[in-house]
Each structure stands twice: as C-alpha cells, then as structure tokens.
Design a protein around this ligand. Structure first.
Ligand SMILES: *Cc1c(COP(=O)(O)O)cnc(C)c1O
Length: 469
C-alpha cells in the first residue's frame, strides 16, 4: 500500500516469497476449491492437508491461535508486514489465522456458482458488520461539515439495524436514512435516491416481517446511480440466497443466527465483491472493499472477531446446507398447521402460497445443489416465520406464556425452537409509530422453528393456543 517508498533488498526478498505463496493460493482457489460443490467448500474451505501436516501437527480442525500478536524473523520481515506488502496478521485486532479460514469460507460460499470474486471481513457481531460496511461509504467528500449525505434502506429491518440507522446515523451524525416502506415497489426505491445518496440497503427476507424485494431490479437501480447495493441475508444464509452472485455489492451476515445455529455466541461478517460500485473516489476501497475495511477502518476502530468465536462459527457452517434444508422443511409443516388454526389470524411465511410475496421469493430462495438430493432445484424459505394471534396483546401474551417446550427468548436461527413477541422485545425501543411503519403489531409472534420433530413443535403451539380463554 505504500508502493512509492523504496525498500531494501532484504524486505524485497520477503515480498518475492509472498508473491509466490499468493500465486499458489490463487491457483488452489481457482483450480481446486472453486470446482468443489457447496458442501465441500463449507466443510474444508482453504485448509489443506499440507498446511495441517507442515504447520499444525496434523490437526484436522483449523488452528485456533489464541495469540494477540505475531512474531517476525527479522526487521525486514517486520517492515514488509507492517507496510502490508506481505500477507500478515500482525496483531489480532487486525487479523488472525483463525479468522482467515472463516473469511475465506464465507467469501467462497457467498459467490458459489458464479465467477464473482469476493473477500470477507469478519466482525465481532452482525451489528459490527453493518457498521463496518456502511461507515466507509458515509465519509464526507468535502471539508464542509454540513455536507448532505443520505442512504436509502428498507424500513423492515432487524430492530438493531433500525436503531443503528435511526439513532447512530440520523440523530447522532445527521446522516439521513430514507426509509423504503414497500420494498417490493421499485418506484418507491427510485424516488428516494438523489446525488447525495451513498448506497441502497435492504434486508431479505426481513426479520421478523418476511418482507422481500426484487433484488435484481433494485441492484440495477443502484448501479444506474453508480452506488452499491448492500443486502442483509442473515435469515436466508448462502445456502438459500447469494446476492453477490446476482450482482449485489456487499452482503451482511449475522453469523450469530442460522449460519451457526448452535447459539454459542455472537459473530458477524461482511462479504464484498471486488470492484464495488461507488460514487466517490477511493480506489483501494472500491477494488477490495472487505480487505480495505479489515486492514484500515476496522484496524483503527477495533470491531474484530476473537479466534475462538471464529473457529466455533467456522465449525458450525460446515453443515449449513443440510441444516437449512431440514429447518426449512420443519418450518413449512409448522406454518401449514398454524395457517388452519382457528385462533390464528395470519401467518407470515414466504413458503406459504398465501403469502403475497411467495412468487417473488420463489424466484430467489432455492436450496443450493438441491438437484443432487431431489432430482431438481427445490425452493426452501428458511426457518423464520411469524404469526398473529386472534384477539390482541393480552391473548398473544397468554399463548406465549403457555409455551412449554419452545423457548421464550429474543433469539433466532437456532437448532432449538425459539419464539418472541417483537413488540415487547426486539422492536420495543423503536416506538409505536416505527413499529406501525414496519408492520410489527402487538399480536405478532416471531417463531423460529428448530431441528426438533415438527409434530412436537406443533403440539406445543396447539396447547398454547388452546389455553387462550
Ligand atoms: C441479529 C441480526 C443482526 C445483528 O446481528 P448480531 O450478531 O446480533 O449483532 C443483523 N441482521 C439481522 C437480519 C439479524 O437477524
């Protein structure tokens, strides 16, 4: 990154060695890993037998380096490393060998089935991934303190995302977030954009409301204005939807959720294509956004992922495809049961024919490599759904408090079924008006169906609904 400077022959020797190693890694990615099926990439990523035997005592699992910093052979190597002339991790706030394997696996899974090249920056949480993705795009281009900056986002987003946009950006920093209320309406998106718009942001399917939009056309709209499309596909995971492979620029994952499903802890990632669309001049940021974020802004801000959480996350991702298949099938059964229950007013699940956005979702939500299991590509819609209890807030609470096996927790994406009432939990802080805009009424229950046998989940829901007087 500081190429104008001249370096000693000793430093350049390390640079030459690094070039060879990087060329070999590129070859391995292109000629071997990119040819694997999705499950094989999820299981192995870039960790090779040679790396294990030569450097890690034959360990089958990727190493967890619980070390704050990296030592160097001599001052030349140190100089090359700190100028980012060679691959290095330096200090675990910047990078770490364990996060390295996680990042490669996610970048490869998010671009599976396409020739798009991407890189990934892991973060301490999904919220940190959102902050890391948007802050570099919201910097002032002029020295004027009152420079107008805005971005356009779907209002049906995760409660934490809503708070970050409304409070941390709008209230604290005076950056305008222009909400799109009906995200399937392309004209509404278009009407929000002007020359000061820095990016478009959407969550699909949304948590909890199952909002969905036509990603291809919204991405086209973003690109026609020369700005990037950012998509949070936490609920879908790359097993069901891969926006980068369809032209979007940056993907957000809260790996805390379905990507892991074990519930061990919090982690996140942003995955970005090389050469993102952007309307301001910052070549390193544009060329390799995730790497730029990782080695510059996040180095300085510090929202890094710990090595232990990186390995736990990586280990859970190995089975993501078959897990999303099972969890989606279970959810479909539960949704069908709830839809015909006399005490249920409405069920929101994209997999149901009755959902107004079912056709649109069917275009996008496909279980990766499902031809192999089912003889043809099959649609899967994930395990997040919501339903509305007949009556009002009180009846909803009675049902909710009567659940015996389904956990009452503000969590989702688990192998264990979990339910919450968004109006009193995840969407409590944003207030009545914002809940109304995002369509989160007090009788809505968010349910994330786990890996239990669906009959047992259904029985628990049935007795809880029948407990309403
Ligand atoms: C949970 C969630 C986030 C935030 O992720 P954390 O890991 O909890 O910080 C972002 N987006 C969506 C869709 C989520 O469900």
């Amino acid at each position: 990154m500081s190429e104008e400077q001249s370096y000693s022959p000793g430093v350049m020797r390390y640079v030459e060695q690094a070039k060879k190693a990087l060329a070999e890694r590129d070859r391995y990615v292109q000629e071997v890993v990119k040819k694997w099926k999705f499950d094989t990439i999820a299981v192995h990523g870039l960790y090779t037998v040679e790396e294990s035997l030569d450097h890690n005592q034959g360990a089958i699992i990727e190493p967890m380096f619980m070390s704050a910093s990296q030592a160097y052979r001599d001052s030349d190597e140190m100089e090359a490393a700190l100028a980012y002339l060679i691959p290095t991790w330096c200090y675990s706030r910047i990078a770490n060998p364990s996060t390295y394997y996680l990042e490669w696996t996610l970048a490869l899974l998010e671009t599976y089935g396409s020739d798009v090249e991407a890189s990934c920056c892991s973060t301490s949480s999904g919220m940190a991934a959102i902050m890391s993705a948007i802050d570099p795009l919201l910097v002032r281009r002029t020295k004027k303190l009152d420079e107008k900056i805005n971005f356009v986002a779907t209002c049906q987003v995760y409660g934490g995302t809503f708070q970050q946009f409304a409070e941390r950006k709008m209230t604290d920093r005076g950056i305008e977030c222009r909400w799109v209320v009906h995200s399937h309406d392309l004209d509404e998106w278009a009407s929000r954009i002007d020359k000061d718009t820095r990016f478009l942001y959407g969550e699909m399917p949304s948590n909890p409301g199952q909002a969905f939009f036509d990603l291809d056309t919204v991405t086209e709209l973003a690109h026609s204005h020369g700005i990037p499309m950012i998509v949070d596909t936490t609920v879908a995971t790359p097993a069901l939807l891969r926006p980068l492979a369809r032209g979007a620029d940056i993907v957000i994952q809260s790996a805390t959720k379905s990507l892991t499903s074990s519930g061990f802890g919090i982690s996140g990632a942003l995955i970005a294509r090389k050469n993102i669309a952007t309307n301001f001049d910052n070549p390193p940021m544009q060329e390799n956004f995730a790497e730029y974020v990782k080695f510059l802004p996040n180095r300085d801000n510090g929202p890094c992922l710990s090595p232990i959480q990186a390995i736990l996350t990586l280990n859970d991702i190995r089975t993501i495809r078959s897990k999303m298949d099972l969890l989606s099938r279970n959810t479909m059964k539960v949704a069908e049961f709830l839809e015909q229950h006399p005490r249920v007013e409405q069920v929101d699940y994209l997999g149901l024919q009755s959902h107004p956005l079912h056709e649109l979702a069917a275009k996008y939500m496909v279980l990766v490599d499902s031809e192999y299991d089912y003889g043809e590509p099959v649609n899967r819609y994930g395990h997040l759904m919501s339903f509305r209890v007949k009556g009002g807030a009180q009846q909803t609470r009675t049902m909710f408090d009567s659940l015996k096996r389904i956990w009452r927790a503000t969590d989702l994406g688990r192998i264990k079924s979990v339910a919450t009432i968004p109006a009193v939990s995840t969407h409590q802080q944003q207030g009545e008006e914002a809940r109304c805009m995002a369509d989160v009424p007090p009788n809505m229950v968010r349910l994330c169906v786990g890996g239990e046998h669906p009959d047992d989940v259904i029985a628990d829901l049935d007795q809880a609904l029948n407990s309403i007087a």
